[in-house]
Write a protein that binds this ligand. Structure first.
Ligand SMILES: [Fe+2]
Length: 208
C-alpha cells in the first residue's frame, strides 16, 4: 500500500487521540487586509488604517508593560499609592489593547501580538531591566503617553478624512481620553509642593 493511502487511512480514523504538534502555512499574512468586506470602506483605506492602528497597538502594549514594570519595581514613601495607581492604569491600557487589536481584525487586517514583534515596532524608548527611582518611572511613563497621544491625534484626523468614522471614534473616545486622564494623574506627582509645612512667603527688605 502506498504511504499516502496509509496516511489518509490513519488520519481518517475516529479517535480520542489529540492531534499534537501541528504546523501549517499562515492563512493571512501580516500587513494585508481581506479584499471583500461589507463595511463600505475601500481596501486601500483599510490597509492604511490597519497599518497605523498596528503602530498604535505596539506602543500601547509597550506602555501597558511599562506600567506593570513600574507597579512591581516602585520604591519609596509613595510606594503604596503608586503601586495601586500603576496597576489601575495598566488595567485600563489592557482594555485599550484589546479594543485596538479587535478594530484591526474587524477591518480585515492582522493585529500585531507577540512581544518580540512589538519590541521591533514600538517607538517608545526601552527602559533598563533594573529598578529606577520614582521621578524617572513617572517621566518614562509620561514620555510614552506623549508618543501615543501624538500619533492618536494624527490618526484621528486621517481616519476622519478617509471616512473611517469607527476608527476615529475609537481612538478619540477611548484611546485619547484615557491617555489624557492618565497623564493628569501622573504629572500631578511631579509637582514639587511641601508635604507637611507650607512655605511661608519671604519678606523682602524695606517692605512695610
Ligand atoms: Fe500586582
Amino acid at each position: 500500500m502506498a504511504k499516502k493511502q496509509i496516511d489518509a487511512k490513519t488520519t481518517d480514523v475516529i479517535s480520542a487521540q489529540p492531534r499534537l504538534h501541528q504546523r501549517a502555512g499562515e492563512i493571512q499574512r501580516y500587513g494585508t487586509v481581506n479584499h471583500l468586506l461589507p463595511l463600505e470602506l475601500e481596501e486601500p483605506v483599510r490597509l492604511e488604517m490597519t497599518a497605523q492602528l498596528n503602530q498604535l497597538l505596539a506602543d500601547t502594549m509597550t506602555l501597558r508593560d511599562l506600567y506593570k514594570k513600574s507597579h512591581w519595581q516602585v520604591a519609596g514613601p509613595t510606594f503604596y499609592q503608586l503601586h495601586l495607581l500603576y496597576d489601575k492604569h495598566y488595567d485600563e491600557q489592557v482594555e485599550l489593547v484589546d479594543s485596538i487589536a479587535e478594530r484591526i481584525q474587524l477591518l480585515g487586517g492582522v493585529s500585531i501580538a507577540m512581544a518580540a514583534d512589538v519590541a521591533e515596532t514600538t517607538q517608545i524608548e526601552r527602559p533598563p531591566r533594573g529598578r529606577e527611582e520614582v521621578p524617572v518611572q513617572l517621566s518614562r511613563l509620561l514620555d510614552a503617553h506623549q508618543v501615543i497621544i501624538r500619533e492618536v491625534r494624527t490618526l484621528a484626523r486621517r481616519a476622519s478624512l478617509l471616512g473611517d468614522d469607527g476608527t476615529n471614534d475609537l481612538v478619540v473616545s477611548e484611546v485619547l481620553r484615557t491617555n489624557e486622564l492618565q497623564v493628569w494623574f501622573l504629572s500631578e506627582h511631579l509637582v514639587n509642593v511641601p508635604l507637611i509645612k507650607a512655605k511661608e512667603p519671604t519678606v523682602t527688605a524695606g517692605a512695610a
